[in-house]
Design a binder for this molecule. Structure first.
Ligand SMILES: [Zn+2]
Length: 328
């Protein structure tokens, strides 16, 4: 069967990283920014050779996103694309660093535009968005505090979480504890990228020092059975992005991807795309890849979707409404 229509919940998506290439190309043209080198020859994808080059292309694409209006259009384009793959609820990482440089009042303007687009997408495409304000790890703990402040100042029904993305091997989780404490005190739910490039110790330290309920990726935990047991017992949820891991080499192949073993060890796993056009993936392709690799079928995906919805950073009323859309 095609998994495209299957109603899905996605928890790990970077808003800028989900920008359709055609959208960025159009924006670049409007603004007379020369980005011709970052697209594939066919124009339907981003072109780069390795992880460092990927970061350069990502940043080049982001130079087109300069105003709240650009982010309003970006959000709409991303949500339309997600909805076309059956996603009914999604959470996106929103970076104040890309939206006004961490200034709270500029951030409010960008956020208002993003929320406006989210409301329009909900009406037009039947997809619900919630925002996770995200600090960028390699900009350092001091800059992370500005993102945490933006998060705390705008916490509410739409901004429901705080997270940390970027280069995982920069610093230790504890360096960012101040920011996570502030976000927690503002009532935000917490997630942090760990265990994509770092080892199981990075996952363990992240949970201990930042007290997050979810981990972005977390796949290296599979190498430490005791840690897996703890994750299962404590109900920590992993936002696993198999296509991203295989594309970037954090996992060797779909067939050997740790998601199946983690699930066998009763760790709560979910499925997401991370930066879908960069990794040539979609939620439909994620489901297809997992079906091929592990013979997962409807019951498996149903269960994983329920895990994701239960772990979603939204209020109970929203969770109830999304649940209805899943069972329809
Ligand atoms: Zn990510």
């Amino acid at each position: 069967m095609s998994w495209r229509e299957f109603p899905k919940v996605e928890l790990h998506l970077h808003l800028e990283g989900a920008a359709p290439p055609s959208f960025i190309r159009g924006l670049a043209k409007e603004k007379h920014i020369d980005l011709s080198g970052i697209f594939t020859r066919e124009g339907d994808g981003y072109a780069y050779d390795d992880f460092d080059h990927f970061l350069q292309v990502y940043e080049a694409a982001c130079t087109t996103l300069q105003s709240p209006e650009d982010f309003r259009r970006l959000t709409l384009a991303v949500l339309e694309e997600s909805a076309s793959h059956g996603v009914v609820y999604t959470e996106a990482f929103l970076s104040p660093d890309f939206c006004g440089g961490g200034d709270v009042s500029a951030w409010r303007d960008y956020l208002a535009a993003i929320e406006d687009a989210a409301a329009e997408a909900e009406r037009s495409f039947g997809i619900t968005l919630r925002g996770i304000v995200t600090a960028i790890r390699h900009l350092g703990p001091e800059q992370a505090k500005t993102a945490a402040l933006c998060a705390a100042e705008t916490a509410g029904p739409f901004v429901t979480g705080f997270g940390l993305a970027g280069a995982e091997l920069v610093g230790r989780p504890g360096d960012y504890a101040w920011s996570f404490d502030m976000a927690r005190e503002a009532g935000l739910s917490l997630t942090c990228h760990a265990g994509e490039w770092g080892g199981p110790d990075m996952v363990a330290d992240t949970i201990r020092d930042l007290k997050v309920s979810r981990i972005g990726h977390g796949i290296s935990a599979v190498r430490d059975p005791a840690l897996c047991e703890r994750l299962a017992e404590d109900g920590v949820v992993l936002e696993v992005c198999p296509g991203s891991n295989v594309f970037l080499g954090a996992a060797k192949s779909w067939a050997t991807h740790p998601i199946a073993e983690l699930r066998e060890r009763e760790v709560k796993v979910t499925i997401s795309t991370d930066d879908p056009p960069y990794f040539h993936t979609t939620m439909t392709k994620e489901f297809e890849g997992l079906e091929r690799a592990f013979r997962w079928g409807e019951e498996d995906f149903q269960e994983l979707t329920e895990v994701a919805l239960a772990a979603a950073f939204c209020d109970e009323e929203t969770r109830g409404k999304v649940k209805e859309r899943l069972t329809r």
